[in-house]
Design a protein around this ligand. Structure first.
Ligand code: RIB
Length: 350
């Protein structure tokens, strides 16, 4: 079996102490000459030396691993948020383990235990739909963990944990105001997944935007979606048959599905119907429609998550039983912004 090179092998090959090798490979200050430092680095490479993280974790009581639990790995919004959290975690020396609960509490429960068994140092958590609806079981799980947790994107009621979200009420209102500014009055809506909490705030903001302009959302123009492509696609016939001139979809995937069906009917967007989405993923993933949308500012969300969790990171004191992330939880709400592209224009000429 191949012998895995150790610090001792490198020290022997370079004629220095193991401590000296450790200082050089961990970029710690040392009085050694540049030649000696270079020889140690070169020898480590030649021997294919890989640091033993498990041994290092035992010594420092830190794994330098963070975890992220997302609810729907097929939704590109979560891919973008994962990337933003991975970038900021890597920049501070942490690796990020990403897992998908597939919106199931059972999977969420299992994965939280797996993260604990792998000794992660902290967790970013987007709750499953089931846990947003009733977070008591998730709360029990989180209270049993010995590392900091930040809930993000889908916030839970009574804010029992550190959390970072975006202001979905403002986001929904921005969408309504954009369509009204173009003269639309017969405006439809395809809501997201009402069980995620986000959607309720987003739709409340949208309704508030309409009401401010003296408009009401008529029942035949209000369709419940599901945050997936097919949710927008299957909502289109009812909305287009009811002669809406504009529609707000609760996320970009549904907006793309709506436009697909609109074009299948020989219509075009925005000429025949304006469409505004939410999440700002169309550019990033190169879809053929540059959607007008509401951007959730995920870089700012990721930074706020990392800032919150960082206050609790560092070598864990043995049996430290204080958990400030649940004993004195903090919440940050990031402001979304409107991104205007090519799918919204003025009311079609009759
Ligand atoms: O696209 C999925 C939606 O659900 C996003 O808007 C995000 O907020 C998530 O919770």
């Amino acid at each position: 079996m191949n012998h895995k090179a150790t610090l001792k092998d490198i020290a022997k090959a370079c004629g220095v102490s193991v401590t000296a090798v450790s200082l050089v490979l961990n970029n710690r200050p040392t009085r050694m000459s540049a030649e000696k430092r270079e020889l140690i680095a070169k020898t480590a490479k030649q021997l294919h030396y890989v640091p033993n993280q498990a041994a290092r974790s035992l010594a420092t009581n830190q794994s330098m691993l963070l975890a992220l639990l997302i609810p729907d790995i097929e939704n590109m919004f979560f891919a973008s948020l994962s990337k933003a959290l991975e970038d900021i975690s890597n920049a501070s020396g942490y690796s990020l383990l990403i897992a998908n609960s597939d919106d199931s509490w059972k999977a969420e429960h299992r994965l939280l235990r797996q993260f604990a068994s792998r000794g992660v140092d902290g967790l970013f958590l987007i709750p499953s739909r089931e846990s947003v609806k009733d977070s008591s079981k998730l709360r029990q799980d989180v209270e049993g963990l010995d590392f900091p947790v930040v809930i993000t994107d889908r916030l839970v009621s009574d804010n029992w944990c550190d959390a970072v979200g975006t202001d979905n009420f403002i986001g929904g209102k921005l969408a309504a105001q954009r369509l009204i500014a173009e003269g639309h009055r017969r405006i439809a809506c395809v809501s997201g997944d009402t069980r995620t909490g986000n959607d309720n705030r987003r739709m409340a903001g949208f309704h508030a935007g309409l009401e401010e302009a003296g408009l009401q959302l008529e029942p035949e123009l209000n369709v419940v979606g599901n945050y997936r492509f097919d949710g927008g696609y299957h909502a289109a016939d009812r909305i287009l048959d009811a002669n809406a001139t504009a529609v707000f979809c609760g996320n970009d995937l549904m907006a793309l599905g709506f436009i697909r069906r609109l074009e299948e009917r020989g219509l075009s967007c925005p000429k025949d119907c304006s469409v505004i989405g939410y999440d700002n993923i169309s550019e990033r993933f190169g879809f053929n429609h540059a959607l007008s949308t509401v951007d959730q500012n995920i870089t700012a969300v990721a930074k706020a998550c990392h800032d919150l969790i960082s206050t609790h990171l560092g070598p864990r004191k043995a049996n430290a039983d204080s958990k400030p992330w649940i004993e004195a939880p903090k919440q940050r709400l990031i402001k979304p912004k409107l991104v205007d592209r090519s799918t919204v224009s003025s009311v079609p000429a009759l």
